[in-house]
Design a protein around this ligand. Sequence first.
Ligand code: UD1
Ligand code: UDP
Length: 359
Amino acid sequence: MTSTFKLMSVVGARPQFVKAAVLSAAIQEHRPDIREVLVHTGQHYDDRMSEIFFRELGIEAPAHNLGVGGGSHGRATGQMLEGLERVMQREGPDGVLVYGDTNSTIAAALAAVKLHIPVAHVEAGLRSFNRTMPEEINRVVTDHISELLFAPTQTAESNLFAEGIERKKVHVVGDVMYDAAIYFAKRSARPSWFSDLGFDVGRYVLCTIHRAENTDSLHRLEAILRGLALSGSKVILPMHPRTAARIAAAQLEIPANVTIVEPVGYLEMCWLEANSTLIATDSGGVQKEAYFHKKFCVTLREETEWVELVDSGCNVLAGADSLAIANAISSPLTCDFSREFYGRGSSARAIAEKLWAHA
Ligand code: UD1
Ligand code: UDP
């Protein structure tokens, strides 16, 4: 064990800012001997996709922002790899920490491992078993080049063992997104437009759509919008820029019962989740947040990494099947929301302690 430990944490996309907010706070509180250097790849760059999270959640400004936003997978990942290698060589961290399964995750893990810097992966072991998803490739590769793997669930741990990852590298710590939901609950905020746009508490469906498989297929995107229309429910849809661009390019019609708003900050998102009737989403994080807020979730995908939600009946996989989406929204299942699938809200602290123990 060393007396100080320089940890480079790499973030780039919206869900990573939420996770970093609670983990950085836990490191500062419980393991101040770890000196964290935050790097933003710039993958997400609009104010509402990036800066708003830093402002609202009190995340320190990144020490480096590589400004690599947009472009194809190869180009963006390649530019991140090059930029990250440069800052790692300059900063000389003792370890690199990555979150989830985005292009920023794989770029950082790859840059670090080639410089012989140990990698810690938060949210390790998640699998959809669908290798056409860019996220599946990112997480499989990242897990196999990481030294310390923080699995949120027992299922994630089993997935890693099944792939032959050494047992001693894996720690089941719960999910930092559950920590975040608890930590920021008191600060959740009703959006200023909520009543002006004619919405009532508890009487709307909250929807998000951004997965490549849904946005890059016009057929699927149209089918999802049709499903929302058929449900007849009032729907609030904070729209990811990727989805907005596709809808605009194809001039798709937005159903009359669907209200599009700009992406919201995390504090407003928590409020919208907590006060919804139910949630329809293709997001990984939002599926879990539905459960944290005790809301039934209609998942707009054919499979999920968060299988325990489906097994417990709190989440149904409706894919991009209009009728299945409309039926699931109209007749949500009842289920038990009390099971502790994702720990008890102390995941960030557990990770901080393990990082220090391995320093
Ligand atoms: C990325 C992640 C996905 C994650 C999601 C979280 C990968 C491969 N995908 O998907 O796993 O669930 O983030 O939201 O890493 N754009 C903007 N402004 C922004 C950000 C994006 O206009 O601030 C537009 C750009 O046209 C960009 C496109 O969205 O090319 C896609 O962005 P990108 O970061 O590549 O992928 P996401 O779909 O956001
Ligand atoms: N989120 C948000 N505003 C939005 C949509 C999502 O703050 O308009 C938050 C959401 O509450 C969750 C995270 O962003 O904490 C999930 O990110 P996203 O759905 O983009 O990615 P995924 O989890 O699918 O990787």
